[in-house]
Design a protein around this ligand. Structure first.
Ligand SMILES: Nc1ncnc2c1ncn2[C@@H]1O[C@H](COP(=O)(O)OP(=O)(O)OP(=O)(O)O)[C@@H](O)[C@H]1O
Ligand SMILES: [Mg+2]
Length: 236
């Protein structure tokens, strides 16, 4: 077990957004969270990465209680994320952005090895290494955001909607790369609105709706769940 979220509640200002959210991830597995716009998926990820303070509940990582640990310290423990909107530095080159991911102590010494690994995983990024990140396509930017997260040598990789704004052919490529990373030993937590696609790759999934975990289970357990259809169709 790597990540254990227990009964998290939080919100913005006075407004509560998450209600008693619990979830867990296992080693070498892909856990997916699906749900409509505004369900609280990104907020859940931010409580896990330490960017959002929790009101109640607990976050455990590899047996440690990290609930009040700052974000940078969670990176040092092996947690990395590619956030919603990618958050690259547009004026920095692709490689410059990747290298920033290895700035933490746990990854600094192996930055060159990590860079070769990222380039072999995403050959496109190697071709585009000297291009400013702001000039990359949406798909390439997503690859760079995942690559940058990998540069910190995580054991848990957190992805917020990697398929957003990306051509269908690239979505498949990105999901397949994510699956490859899982086989390589990573634990992955991925938020997706593209529920049916994401469930094809998931080992376990959570449906979040209005700040609550509605159902969880293996993709085959959830496939025909009415709530999933509702959660999915309420997106459009
Ligand atoms: N910084 C913020 N300040 C105030 N309210 C916010 C903030 N960020 C999110 N919210 C609100 O919290 C709720 C959950 O938002 P969140 O971004 O977690 O949802 P989401 O499931 O990730 O949605 P999406 O699919 O659109 O990314 C929404 O009602 C949103 O308006
Ligand atoms: Mg979101």
């Amino acid at each position: 077990m790597t990540l254990l979220v227990e009964g998290i509640s939080t919100g913005y200002g006075e407004t509560q957004v998450l209600y008693d959210v619990s979830l867990r991830t296992e080693d070498r597995s892909l856990t997916v969270m699906v749900g409509p716009n505004g369900a609280g998926k990104s907020t859940t990820l931010r409580t896990i990465t330490g960017l959002q303070r929790v009101w109640r509940g607990r976050v455990g990582f590899d047996g440690n209680d990290i609930t009040s640990l700052p974000a940078f310290a969670r990176v040092e423990l092996g947690m990395a994320s590619a956030p919603e909107g990618r958050r690259l530095f547009p004026l920095l080159t692709t490689e410059g952005n990747l290298r920033l991911g290895a700035y933490c102590r746990r990854a600094r010494d192996s930055a060159e090895d990590s860079l070769s690994q990222v380039y072999s995983l995403f050959p496109k990024l190697k071709e585009r290494r000297s291009i400013k990140a702001g000039r990359l396509s949406g798909g390439e930017q997503q690859m760079a955001a995942i690559g940058r997260a990998l540069m910190s040598k995580p054991t848990l990789l957190i992805l917020d909607e990697p398929s957003l704004g990306i051509a269908p052919i690239l979505i498949k490529e990105i999901f397949e790369t994510v699956k490859e990373l899982e086989k390589g030993g990573l634990s992955i937590l991925m938020v997706e609105q593209n529920a049916y696609q994401a469930l094809k790759y998931a080992d376990y999934a959570y449906i979040l709706q209005m700040g609550r975990v509605l159902r969880s289970g293996t993709p085959s357990e959830l496939k025909n769940v009415e709530e999933l259809r509702k959660a999915y169709f309420s997106i459009v």
